[in-house]
Ligand binder design. Sequence first.
Ligand code: DGL
Length: 274
Amino acid sequence: MDNRAIGIFDSGLGGLTAVKELRRLLPNEHIIYFGDTGRVPYGSRGRAIIQKYAMQDIAFLKQHDVKLILAACGTASSALTPQQTDCIGIPYSGVVLPSAQAACAATVSGRIGVIGTSATVRSGAYGRAIRSIRPDVHVFGNACPLFVPLVENGFIQPDNEITTKVAEQYLLPMRKEQIDVLILGCTHYPLIYSIIDRIFESKVTLIDPGREVARWAQGYLAQHGLLGEGDGRCEFYVSDSPEGFTETAALFMGENIKSDVTQVDIDAISELAL
Ligand code: DGL
């Protein structure tokens, strides 16, 4: 048993989809969430900046003596190198490998689509992870840069016309590739799950990266005797004003946030402090 917290971060609110799943699977775990709301989006930036931001986020979580760190962000997960994640010094997972494993297990046709931010798709990280598991699989990638701002601004209703139009633009070409599995390679995208599902006429298995990393965490903690038996409290930290966070987070997580939200000066934390 280990009652230390699980540390989890994202560039903004998307990682809360992983928190939601963690709370469902592991209700006794203490969770510390950091959302870099002052610097979102990461996905339109260059790799070196994303790496720096992600390492600062990790250094912040490490200050809280967490037992495990999860990058609930496709962009950060894709940008970090194994050399960087090896330096963290405590167990870590991003969303890429757990999502790739789920996609490989689900595909029958061997044709998998991956959508994500521009940085994620450019990195090719999901494709590499998929091919390391199933070299025979064909991977089709497409960047969907407008999805994150649409989600962050609450354009997530299943019948939202603007998001539906944007999604058609991004996804109809991919439908022609006859994929049978689609990785929603950014943790914001499950918030528009039904819009994406409708475009594929519910014929494609959609992989939710937040859910997959939460499942991975459950397996890892159980296997290593690290499961917690606490009260399941959540602490939330953000890098912009916490105003409005509670309401939007409640929408993302499907439950009310009872704890306070604290603002952090993330720029003051050195990424070299690991
Ligand atoms: N949730 C992040 C991801 O999974 C959002 C990316 C962004 O900040 O652009 O990629």
